[in-house]
Design a protein around this ligand. Structure first.
Ligand code: NAD
Length: 540
């Protein structure tokens, strides 16, 4: 969908003697800590053009980031592969101890991490803090569960006693991670945590707009005891650095748009390399007639406008039962208008700016197109350049016609459309009428009725009486999308085991030597049939 590739997000500056064609001169801003982090990018040498990272808080330049090349990725993959051989020999308990220490370090450095997240993404502090919490929960979860999930497991054989079988979990090797800009900490490091726990090396390409948090997170992992060079960061363009990662990694974890996800699926398939893709969504909320209106309005405000709606699991469509629709709309519009808007590094505002000009353009296009086709703005509707260059008010639309782009297309911004419906059947049918299937929500006073509705919704996660956080934070259960919202899952056992190959080691007992295979095929078939008849009395 949107692009924050280096050439569009800022200027490129030649740092060495051989600048890329088209590189333009810029000036390095004076932020020593960010400049120090930029020097941690894994490059073959310093001779790289650079890209200026801009802050959504005020549109100022944050710093210069090198634009990596295919050769940089090749070297990073080779280096991570060397470190991974030793890492694979460490016990799962040692790996878990490092992750547990990392969780503590993330909490200790929470304010500094929130500063970085806010500077490069612009989100308000509460949602930056959610990333800290999420990363801590993920590291703790895999530190606690990892050793057991990765332990060798005895498996039943067809003929117990005669054949013994164990299943091993072998790391894939080096996992390539390509992450977006909307959750610079959670989405860059959360998946790496599971990959590392499983014994892999990691090469990560964060989005060009949000590289600093990922670089600092890797430093903290090394401080917690991760061997240096096992997890490497290469910054640069998706189609160059991202493609090179896909062409060299042993597994690809991608988070981003469905459009890019489809390309990555093709490239991975061509190499017969496995991948996971967590993609876009057009997530629906169903509100029943028994709901407490004030509570529903509060929950919907978070579900739609957390992280300025730049959240893959954000709600963009609300189907509310006719009986309560008018009252809900009033309360929701009031709660939305009361949100404290602002752009700053600190705890003040409840909703921050959009992350880039591209994001603002998409938001504007969807609002303008819908209104031109007959939709009404119930709340918001305007860009707010007085607050920050790419700020847009949280916006609620009603009477959105089917031919409006926003009706089916993902905005990925603070924009939601409300559709009153006659009954739950109509709500479920409308919610499922999409090519996406990432997240959904049901607000219902009666939780078991809510769960019954949830079971009818086609989405990888459904939150009852919540927008997204209940399912996302339930680390023990997998999450991911159906339809064009994704392939594979993160979280839970599957979110760890996908970074491994299973190996079946089966040992034939000497006892089998006593049972000579008859030379005549018919006699062999009869003896095997007798054994198979006995098999039904044995446990599998
Ligand atoms: P995007 O697909 O444009 O970019 C995501 C990442 O892929 C970036 O690092 C980018 O540099 C890289 N990339 C771009 N083109 C590439 C290519 N050809 N080969 C390899 N890498 C390439 O996505 P975006 O617009 O920046 O992010 C927003 C989208 O991500 C939304 O659709 C959102 O729903 C989705 N998203 C999904 C999840 C999830 O967990 N399902 C989470 C966050 C965001």
């Amino acid at each position: 969908m949107t692009t924050t590739e280096p050439h569009t997000a800022g200027t490129t500056t030649p740092k060495g003697p051989t600048p890329t064609t088209g590189a333009r001169q810029g000036s390095a801003p004076e932020r020593p800590e960010l400049n120090r982090l930029a020097r941690r990018v894994d490059l073959l040498d310093d001779d790289r053009p650079q890209h200026t990272v801009m802050s959504p808080i005020d549109g100022s330049a944050l710093g210069l980031m090198p634009i990596g090349t295919v050769d940089d990725v090749t070297a990073a993959l080779a280096g991570a592969r060397r470190a991974q051989r030793m890492w694979a020999e460490t016990s799962t308990k040692e790996r878990a101890a490092i992750l547990a220490d990392y969780a503590d370090l993330v909490l200790d450095h929470r304010e500094e991490l929130c500063d970085l997240i806010q500077l490069e993404n612009g989100k308000s502090r509460a949602w930056a803090f959610e990333e800290v919490a999420d990363t801590t929960i993920t590291a703790r979860y895999y530190a606690k569960k990892g050793p057991r999930l990765l332990a060798e497991t005895k498996r039943a054989s067809a003929f117990p006693g005669l054949i013994t079988t164990i299943e091993r979990r072998v790391p894939k090797g080096v996992v390539g991670i390509i992450s977006p800009w909307n959750y610079p900490l959670s989405l860059a490091v959360g998946d790496a945590i599971a990959a590392l726990m499983a014994g892999n090396g990691v090469v990560i390409k964060p989005d060009s707009q949000t590289p600093y948090t990922a670089l600092r997170a890797v430093e903290l992992l090394e401080q917690a005891g991760l061997p240096k060079g096992l997890m490497r960061v290469v910054t640069g363009q998706g189609r160059v650095v991202g493609t090179a990662i896909i062409e060299g990694a042993d597994y690809v974890m991608f988070t981003g748009s469905s459009e890019t996800g489809a390309k990555i699926a093709q490239q991975s398939a061509a190499r017969l390399v496995d991948f996971s893709a967590e993609l876009g969504g057009k997530n629906a909320m169903v509100i029943t007639d028994d709901i407490d209106i004030e509570r529903a309005a509060r929950l919907a405000t978070i579900a739609c406008f957390a992280n300025s709606g730049q959240l893959c699991i954000s709600i963009e469509r609300i189907y509310v039962l006719q009986e309560v629709a008018a009252r809900f709309m009033d309360a929701f519009a009031e709660a939305t208008a009361a949100l404290r808007l602002g752009a700053e590094v600190g705890y003040g505002p409840e909703m921050g700016p959009l992350a880039s000009q591209d994001q603002l353009d998409k938001m504007r296009e969807h609002v303008t197109d819908a209104v031109a086709k007959g939709a009404r703005v119930l709340s918001g509707g305007n860009a707010r350049p007085d607050l920050a260059p790419w700020f847009h008010e949280p916006t609620i639309l009603v009477d959105v016609p089917e031919n409006a782009d926003v009706y089916r297309g993902e905005t990925f911004g603070p924009l939601v459309s409300i559709y009153p419906v006659a009954n739950v059947d109509e709500a479920v049918a409308a919610a499922n009428d999409t090519e996406y299937g990432l997240n959904a929500s049901v607000l219902c006073n009666n939780a078991s009725r809510g769960r019954a509705i949830a079971r009818r919704l086609q989405a990888g996660t459904v939150n009852v009486n919540d927008g997204y956080a209940a399912a996302w934070s339930s680390l023990d259960a997998p999450m991911g999308g159906v339809g064009v919202s994704g392939v594979g899952r993160r979280h839970g056992a599957v979110g760890l085991l996908k970074y491994t190959e299973s190996q079946n080691i089966s040992t034939r007992s000497h006892l089998l030597d006593l049972v000579q295979r008859p030379s005549h095929p018919k006699e062999y078939a009869e003896r095997l049939s007798a054994a198979l008849r006995l098999q039904k009395y044995l446990p599998f």
